[in-house]
Design a protein around this ligand. Structure first.
Ligand SMILES: [Zn+2]
Length: 266
């Protein structure tokens, strides 16, 4: 009883779903790699030491550390049997791969450090949940997959211009973070995007609340990247979209989740 009262009194905690199944999953993943996460931050190690032929390799980012694997080496994905994803050869300028991978690794480490990230050339995804896959098979810019108890994975394709690659990275970061947010935080974003947003000519996938929120965040984050002042206070009692977005972009959301992970690790 006292624990419940304590949680309700914590205004930040009220907007995080840390005690729900997805929250427990993410916190568990962070606890597992938390020592390394702190270590990397303190010493500022180089992100990687190997330099393969980037055009036929896939970068795997775990807790800020980048390793390279072969184009067709297996991916560790959540929801085995429900999701198929594969990288294929694509048009990638080798001289631009390293900087893009470093940018995405740093951005996602800052915002959703519990997510494993794969970055490779062309990306193909098909979700097999019930045969009703709205987006299956197309070449993808990015994809986020999360199933309770099985981790959170972000897949990114390098076969995009740098600006599109950045937007997709932010988009998938939102999906990874939103999985941990309570409905009150998501409802604050819906207030704008669902009630007043474009109807996208009835495209059912683009009109889903998840996609509307992710697109709105990717644009918010892109404006911040471009130098616009997007800072916004987050009123935890009456959250609004800008406050929630800045909460994520600034890294404050990730810090809060990590603090919780450290507290639980004891
Ligand atoms: Zn999306």
């Amino acid at each position: 009883m006292f624990g419940i009262i304590g949680r309700v009194r914590d205004p930040v905690r009220r907007l995080l779903d840390l005690d729900g199944p997805r929250g427990r999953e993410a916190v568990g993943a962070i606890v597992g790699g938390f020592d390394r996460l702190l270590h990397d931050r303190e010493v500022g190690e180089p992100l990687w030491s190997e330099h393969p032929n980037y055009t036929d390799a896939v970068a795997r980012v775990d807790f800020g550390e980048v390793r390279w694997q072969g184009l067709h080496d297996p991916l560790e994905l959540p929801g085995r049997g429900r999701l198929m994803a594969a990288f294929a050869a694509g048009y990638v300028r080798p001289d631009r791969v390293a900087s893009r991978v470093a940018w995405a690794a740093n951005t996602l480490q800052h915002t959703v450090p519990w997510s494993r990230v794969y970055i490779g050339p062309a990306l193909w995804v098909c979700c097999l949940d019930d045969g009703n896959c709205p987006v299956g098979g197309r070449d993808f810019g990015g994809y986020h997959a999360s199933y309770t108890g099985q981790g959170s994975v972000i897949l990114l394709s390098l076969e995009r211009r740098a600006d599109a690659f950045h937007e997709v990275t932010h988009h998938e970061a939102w999906h990874a973070a939103a999985a941990l947010m309570r409905p009150e935080a998501l409802a604050a974003v819906d207030e704008a995007t669902r009630k007043r947003g474009d109807d996208w000519k009835g495209d059912a996938y683009l009109c889903t609340p998840d996609e509307r929120r992710a697109r709105a965040y990717q644009r918010f984050a892109t404006l911040a990247d471009e130098g616009f002042d997007m800072t916004a206070p987050l009123d935890f009692e009456r959250p609004d979209a800008k406050g929630v977005f800045w909460w994520l972009y600034s890294g404050a959301f990730a810090e809060r989740v990590q603090d919780e992970a450290a507290r639980r690790a004891g």
